[in-house]
Design a binder for this molecule. Sequence first.
Ligand code: ADP
Ligand code: ZN
Length: 766
Amino acid sequence: MSPPAPPRHDTVEVAIPVPLRQLFHYRLPADLAAAVVPGARVLVPFSRRAVVGYAVAVGTPPPEGVRLLKVREALDPVGEPTFAPPLLALLRWMADYYRAPLGEVLRGAHPTGINAKGVPGLAITDAGRAAEITGATGAALAWLARQSGPSPVDAVEPPLNAGQIKRLVDDGLVVRESVIAAPRVEVRTERAVRAVAPPPTVPRGRGGKPLKRDALHGWLVGRGEVLVRDVREVFPSPAAHLKQLIDEGALVASEVEVIRDPYFGETVPRDTPPTLNAGQRRAVDAILGAPGYQGLLLHGITGSGKTEVYLHAIEATLAQGRGALVLVPEIALTPQLVRRFRARLGDALAVLHSGLSDGARYDQWRRLKRGEVRLAIGARSALFAPVADLGLIIVDEAHDPSFKQGDGVRYHARDMALLRGHRQQATVVLGTATPSLETEHNVSQGKLRRLVLTERPTGARLPQVHIIDLRVHKPPEDEAPFLSRPLREALAETLNAKEQAILFLNRRGFASAVHCEACGGVLDCDHCDIAMTWHQGRRHLRCHYCDRVRPLPPRCPHCGQDHLAPVGRGTERVEAALAALFPQARLARMDRDVVTTTRKLQAMLGQVRRREIDILVGTQMVTKGHDFPGVTLVGVLAADAGLNFPDFRAAERTFQLLTQVAGRAGRADRPGRVLVQTYDPAVPALEALVDHDHARFAAAELPRRQIQGYPPFTHAASVRVDGRDARRVEQLALRLGGAAERAGANTGGTRLQGPAPAPCTRLQGP
Ligand code: ADP
Ligand code: ZN
């Protein structure tokens, strides 16, 4: 055996974002060696293109006999690799665990904007913001401070020469950043006006009082460009006056860009922390108690003050100079949560959400990395936020299925959060009222410690839950054939008492399908094998999978007769029926058809909180942690829809959703009640719901999972074959199944199911 080759330091192993589970070797020129460290981005030649890759290991011996190509460029500054070593290690582990190409994992773990072609730019640092410098350099710094991210060097006002820039960089007041050439920025334009000339002499109003128009003009003088929206705050209905002043040449109108972040649009007053109750105190002490890694389950009923526990623990973590990361299921659906964080902890937090432009996201990312901001909040992908000196990770609503990534690298952010905490010596808290059965299992295995919160600190009682058996309480066959009498009466009582109600139905649209009463045929999506949903308001059919729409055909495509009729129901139909049944009630509908932006959601949440809405109808959007003090009634229209879903987690998911929506009732002084309509009352998920008894649900469901061989007692992996040609897909699936079996997939502890057609066999087809 020959001795091992001496280490070579002029090579680098690079992960490239292509669907290959292989690394590639390149030669590393000496002048790039300082910047090209593991975790740094590099520009390398790859199949006759230049692509962005990620240095993974330096100095590893390349395979024999290959001619190495040269790294073209180092893309990260010296000492600032895109991925710091702990994060790189986590992502390597993750790629391995999920059998995903490392390059794709890494590309998915940083803001996309940074890989775009950049031009040289400058960004101000916190030191730069604080610096007091006069003259042109000072003016340029002030200009940079007004920009929302790095700016191209050429754009700086007044212009800086190379020497001035170098001095600013050396003093740490600005940093060089490349600016993405065409940033996808969430810009909106709004109309603004600016005073340019004194108003022409005009006759005064009677009695010598200045005219409103003159007052308006006087107010505008010296203010520069003012948004018409802001003018309106001071001078109601200014349109006619503005028009006249513009016609007279006293004002010029323009469209100005306004970049607005839905989470930081308004200032939030600081709040005073409440005194924690004993359970909360114990929880906070446990979270802060042990240095290093610990995995905790914060199991608290809805409204038991879990968020307060997070806030206390984060505040203490930040005070120790460490960073914290908060993962939430869907940040867009919980604007209130960000508000609470800002009220308690101030604005030094990075909210990572999909509405951010590439530039803004990159900016947040860099500030976290440098430790200028130590707290990040976001959905699943925020897991990779480069929070410096991470001390605490919170996974809020940890049971929520959206933590599982559904395409690309299919990681589970809850599990990876635990892993990240473990590797970085940070405490991880999974907070929920309804722990997933995997989490329950981990508690019983001693991998997680359970902290419980059993009461609502506000003194509010949990709502009474009543199951309404629809076989007994058959709904009348009128305009609302889905509302049983008990639920109607409860709605009427609630309206009479000037209280509010929520009706939950997990299906949007008007009718869940349109079928032909002559032949029984259903109108399916041409591209997916699923029924299209009828949207009455927009008068079209929409596929809820691929989002394609089409008009209602005049005749049935199957039999040619004109007996098409809507069947089933969605939130839109429920809303219409309620309007007929309770004409005096103020209704609102909360689903993805109506609430298309965070801003609209915020507006609707505000209306409900201010009691401008009597009945809110909605999909699972209404189940999120909203706090509506006036809601005393929650109606669940069809519990069975979720229970009958073909998924081994259907019962668990239904229990979680119904517990969440039930938690919206009676959060203030008035007691709440929850009415659940079902055809099948004797299932554990509903029985446990009545008693708010998660343990009882888990005790019924876990043995069933064990007997049937499902997680958490087994690990399940699904192999899905997609393709355009159904026959070839089937053949490949059968071949894979055969190969798996020959490899021992049905021996020992493993079991192979299928191959079988997917529940939805055609999705997004041609
Ligand atoms: P969860 O996150 O478990 O749903 P929250 O933290 O939102 O619960 O608390 C529910 C309500 O109780 C909120 O209005 C919150 O301000 C209030 N609250 C929480 N802890 C306390 C406390 N210790 N004293 C008084 N009110 C509290
Ligand atoms: Zn479709």
